[in-house]
Design a protein around this ligand. Structure first.
Ligand code: EPZ
Length: 429
């Protein structure tokens, strides 16, 4: 099995360019179902989740061609199935993003009910409630969701109980051909939603208000394929910004919109971090001890839950005590439990974490709980005394392209190492 080994205490400085956003690319790929023909996506991250979504599209009959490492050509004129297999949905919850496009194109879809994952139940009740308002009927049988729109889809007003990213995206995609106007109230406002709406409008859709709490979709006829560049990954950028803030020397991150990290960068400044914003780039440095701040995760433009672990790593070695409140997922503090093995002082109380800053961390063998927690454990290893070994790094590969190579280009002493499973077992015994 592969692990990531980090040797702490070495300078980390320089420039890194982030890839296209994982949480946009996956939905843009699903949206190609709406435009029969060849859509070309550029600035696509070369990550495991994109490969899985490619498999989902192929299962549906699409032809997916890797033009180069970051360009996909997807021909969906050959899509002739509307059923996604459990094996793929269970590997990646985002596969449910094909539900809306399949309903819009075929008036039916069979999608495996996504199981829970490490960070929470991840149900899709809001997707289902919203789609029912558009005329979709649902049956759940043997773990599969059978969705049909016997009379086609019609516009409606949907009030989302929570600004769910996935529900907003499925409703936008499902309603592009719906008869009349669909209004999504309390819609998610993430930049990835705007990227999706931009591409759909380039395809001929009529979507207004993406990025605001009220999105209006006017039903139109057939959409046509386009070429579209995926927006920069604000979470990958935020991860490297946190790394620069942690180690202290200047780190410049290119390839994304700093406005997409607004509150994160402002919180970093409150922590004593120097942030210089440029055109599609940011330079982060620090010449004073980190200060404690309170964080609460919320839908965009609130503090992103996907930056919670990376920020908690900073707070773990800040001066003072911080309260981190996780409002988006019900179980996203596993990273904190692993960080305890490295000497942090964090008490979990429900959806609050009380983080008492410590002077230093010590290297240890730790296990990635999820994609962002895994990246944050590697990050902690950069400043820990001694060596940190991070296991279950497949989580990291789901959403970070060449994470180790990028860290090494900044001077970090980080390597991917193949270790025999038994060695890990010994440690566990
Ligand atoms: C997207 O997940 C992202 N994933 C997540 O990123 C991100 O953390 C999340 O949005 C919030 O920003 C992708 O885009 C592939 P939600 P999604 O629907 O769409 C509950 C990462 O690390 N909920 O906004 O699943 C849900 O369980 C990943 O890149 C319902 O209860 O997020 C969660 O607790 C992790 N019922 C909360 O709402 C529903 O019908 C937010 O979910 C839908 C959601």
């Amino acid at each position: 099995m592969e692990v990531i080994r980090v040797e702490g205490g070495h300078p980390v400085t320089g420039t890194v360019t982030v890839e296209g956003a994982k949480n946009s690319a996956l939905k843009l790929m699903a949206a190609t179902i709406l435009a029969p023909g060849v859509t070309t996506l550029t600035n696509v991250p070369n990550i495991a989740d994109v490969h899985v979504m490619g498999k989902v599209l192929k299962e549906l009959g699409a032809i997916v061609e890797v033009v180069d490492e970051h360009t996909l050509s997807i021909d969906t004129s050959t899509v002739d199935s509307w059923e996604t297999p459990y094996s793929l949905v269970t590997r990646m919850r985002a596969s449910t993003a094909v539900l809306g496009p399949l309903l819009a194109r075929f008036g039916k879809a069979i999608v495996a009910m996504p199981g829970g994952c490490n960070i929470g139940a991840r149900s899709i009740d809001m997707h289902i409630l919203g789609l029912e308002a558009l005329g979709v009927e649902f049956d759940v049988d043997h773990g599969d969701i059978y969705a049909t729109a016997p009379n086609g889809l019609h516009g409606a007003t949907v009030n989302l109980e929570f600004a769910s990213v996935g529900a907003t995206e499925n409703l936008v995609m499902a309603s592009v051909h719906a008869k009349g106007v669909t209004i999504i109230d309390n819609a998610a406002r993430e930049p990835e939603i705007q990227d999706l709406a931009n591409m759909l409008n380039e395809m001929g859709a009529d979507i207004r208000g993406a990025g605001t709490p009220v999105i209006e979709i006017h039903g139109v006829g057939e959409l046509h394929p386009v070429t579209h560049a995926v927006t920069g990954d604000r979470i990958e950028a935020g991860t490297f910004a946190a790394i620069g803030a942690l180690v202290g020397q200047p780190v410049t991150i290119k390839g994304f919109e700093p406005d997409h990290l607004g509150l994160v960068l402002r919180k970093f400044e409150q922590m004593g971090i120097t942030v210089r914003r440029g055109q599609r780039c940011v330079t982060v440095s620090r010449d004073q001890p980190l200060r404690a701040v309170d964080i609460q995760t919320l839908p965009f433009p609130g503090f992103p839950t996907d930056m919670q672990a990376q920020t908690m790593c900073l707070l773990a070695v800040a001066e003072g005590t911080s309260i981190v409140t996780e409002n988006v997922f019900e179980n996203r503090f596993m990273f904190a439990s692993e960080l305890q093995r490295m000497g942090s002082d964090i008490a979990i109380q429900g959806h609050h974490a009380v983080v008492r800053g410590v002077r230093s961390l010590s290297g240890a063998e730790v296990r990635s709980p999820d994609l962002r927690g895994g990246a944050a454990l590697v990050m902690a290893g950069l400043i820990a005394d001694g060596t940190t070994t991070v296991l279950d790094i497949y989580h990291i590969d789901r959403g970070y392209e060449r994470f180790v190579e990028k860290l090494r280009s900044l001077g970090a002493h980080v390597t991917r190492v193949e270790v025999p499973d038994i060695e890990v077992l010994d440690d566990e015994l």
